[in-house]
Design a protein around this ligand. Structure first.
Ligand SMILES: Nc1nc2c(ncn2[C@@H]2O[C@H](COP(=O)(O)OP(=O)(O)OP(=O)(O)O)[C@@H](O)[C@H]2O)c(=O)[nH]1
Ligand SMILES: [Mg+2]
Length: 281
């Protein structure tokens, strides 16, 4: 759909990881955008799909918890890829009593005809606005921001100007590693990847050492993640290190270990270790 790509584009910084694999986002990701005359806080969430297992239930809860107290709902669908499940969500969310905007994303990759067909086939009567956008190219994002801002109630400013997300650096580092795993691995392997930060240590002003463990669900997956003579882990590690260096602004020595935790996505203790803990409820 491009929810996280859109969140990053709206706040103007990379705060949410992105990949072409479904169910990339597992937590609610908060992003802050200051505009003339106000501030908007975006909550990027996992998709509203049907959950599987304990991690799936956690992800659903993250998405629904974010609805509580929201001032507006921005539903993102992908042009030319709107399936029965999307239609169901669009219609169910249409019943919510708050301002609702439907963004048809990936307009860059769809023809005018496809967009027109999508729009004609959807019941959007309960939505306040419908807008085609491209989160990737940035098309129509200014009008979208204006639409959202127009629906915002007046209230206190929640975050200081220099704060763009509430995620601690260690979580962002773990997410970057997971992103590189998602981007480089295939089939069912990436979905069973979890990253635990072991240690972040500034060894000097210019160098930080980071130790992290990559969890996988099966020993066969462990060999895939490590790759021939460590080639896959090296690729994931190098890509992650470069992004982490940009984030932290120092040189980073990144040490990755791979560990098998059978069925961790269904184990409460493992979910807790990896930071998948509900703050409420
Ligand atoms: N062509 C095109 N691709 C896009 C656009 N926005 C996102 N994508 C691609 O769509 C894929 C999914 O993007 P994400 O931002 O991770 O989507 P998401 O909705 O956050 O996905 P989950 O977190 O898994 O629910 C990535 O490969 C993006 O590069 C867009 O406007 N145009
Ligand atoms: Mg996402």
């Amino acid at each position: 759909m491009g929810k996280s790509t859109l969140t990053n584009a709206l706040v103007g910084e990379k705060i949410a990881i992105v990949s072409d694999k479904p169910q990339t986002t597992r937590n609610r990701i908060l992003g802050v955008l200051n505009v003339p005359g106000g501030q908007m806080v975006f909550l990027d969430t996992p998709g509203l799909t049907h959950p599987r297992g304990k991690l799936g239930a956690y992800m659903q809860a993250q998405a629904f918890d974010a609805l509580d107290g929201a001032d507006a709902l921005l539903i993102v669908a992908a042009a030319g890829q709107i399936g029965p499940q999307d239609r169901d969500i669009i219609s169910r969310m249409g019943k919510r009593k708050l301002p609702k905007i439907l963004a048809i994303n990936k307009a860059d990759a769809a023809s005018r005809e496809t967009l027109a067909r999508d729009l004609a086939s959807l019941d959007v009567s309960s939505y306040d606005d419908v807008i085609p956008i491209s989160a990737l190219r940035g098309d129509n994002l200014e009008p979208l921001k204006a639409m959202l801002f127009a629906r915002m109630p007046e209230g206190p400013k929640y975050f200081p100007d220099d704060m763009i997300t509430d995620q601690p650096e260690r979580i962002m580092c773990a997410e970057i590693i997971r992103e590189k795993a998602l981007q480089n691995l295939r089939e069912e392997v990436p979905h069973g990847v979890g990253v635990e930060m072991q240690r972040i240590e500034a060894v000097s002003d210019a160098l930080t050492e980071i130790h992290a463990t990559v969890y996988v669900e099966r020993s066969a997956h462990k060999s895939i993640v490590i790759g021939k003579r460590g080639s896959m882990l090296g690729k994931i590690g190098t890509a992650a290190r470069m992004d982490i260096e940009r984030l932290l602004g120092v040189h980073v020595a990144l040490k990755l270990w791979v560990k098998v935790r059978e069925d961790w996505r269904n184990r409460a203790d493992d979910l807790r270790t990896l930071g998948y803990i509900r703050e409420k409820g």
